[in-house]
Design a protein around this ligand. Structure first.
Ligand SMILES: [Zn+2]
Length: 154
C-alpha cells in the first residue's frame, strides 16, 4: 500500500485486522515441556523423593520441596474435570469461537487447563469425566496440547 499516512489511514479505517493468536513462550523451567510437545509427547514432572506427579513445571516438588524431580511422558489419556464454553473469544481467537476451555485430569494425576477440540461445543457433548486423548496444535513456533474425545480421529 502506498500513499501518505492520511491516505493509508483513510483506506484502512474500519478495517479490522486479525490479531495474531497469543503463543506460549518457553522459560528454562518449561523448556522440556514445550520440547516434548513439539515432539508429540505430553510430559510432566515427577518427584523422585515422594513420587508426586505434578504440573505446571517447577524445579521443586510442590509437596515435599525436593529438587530431585524428573520428566515423565504421559499416556495422553485424561478425563474432563470442568469446562466453560467461550462464546466471546479473546484477541486472535475471534474466528475460533465458540470453543471449549477445560480443566482435564491426566491419567497420571495432575490437572491441566486446555481446550477440548473435535466436538461441537455444546453441554450435551461434554459430560464430566468423559474420556479424552491429547493431540497437539501449532501455535506460533510452539505446539500446544489440546484434548479430543477418546476414539475420535484427529
Ligand atoms: Zn516430593
Amino acid at each position: 500500500m502506498t500513499g501518505t499516512i492520511e491516505e493509508i489511514r483513510g483506506k484502512t479505517a474500519g478495517v479490522k485486522r486479525p490479531r495474531a493468536k497469543m503463543a506460549p513462550s518457553a522459560t528454562p523451567e518449561t523448556r522440556p515441556y514445550w520440547d516434548a510437545a513439539a515432539d508429540g509427547r505430553l510430559s510432566v514432572q515427577r518427584c523422585q523423593a515422594c513420587s508426586h506427579v505434578y504440573f505446571y513445571p517447577r524445579d521443586f516438588c510442590p509437596v515435599c520441596s525436593s529438587d530431585l524431580v524428573e520428566w515423565i511422558d504421559c499416556s495422553g489419556r485424561a478425563t474432563l474435570h470442568s469446562y466453560v464454553i467461550e462464546h466471546r473469544p479473546g484477541p486472535g481467537f475471534e474466528n475460533d469461537g465458540p470453543y471449549v476451555v477445560a480443566v482435564v485430569q491426566l491419567e497420571e494425576g495432575p490437572r491441566m487447563m486446555t481446550n477440548v477440540v473435535g466436538v461441537e461445543p455444546l453441554p450435551e457433548n461434554l459430560p464430566l469425566d468423559m474420556e479424552l486423548t491429547v493431540q497437539f496444535e501449532p501455535r506460533g513456533d510452539m505446539w500446544v496440547p489440546v484434548f479430543a474425545p477418546a476414539g475420535a480421529s484427529a
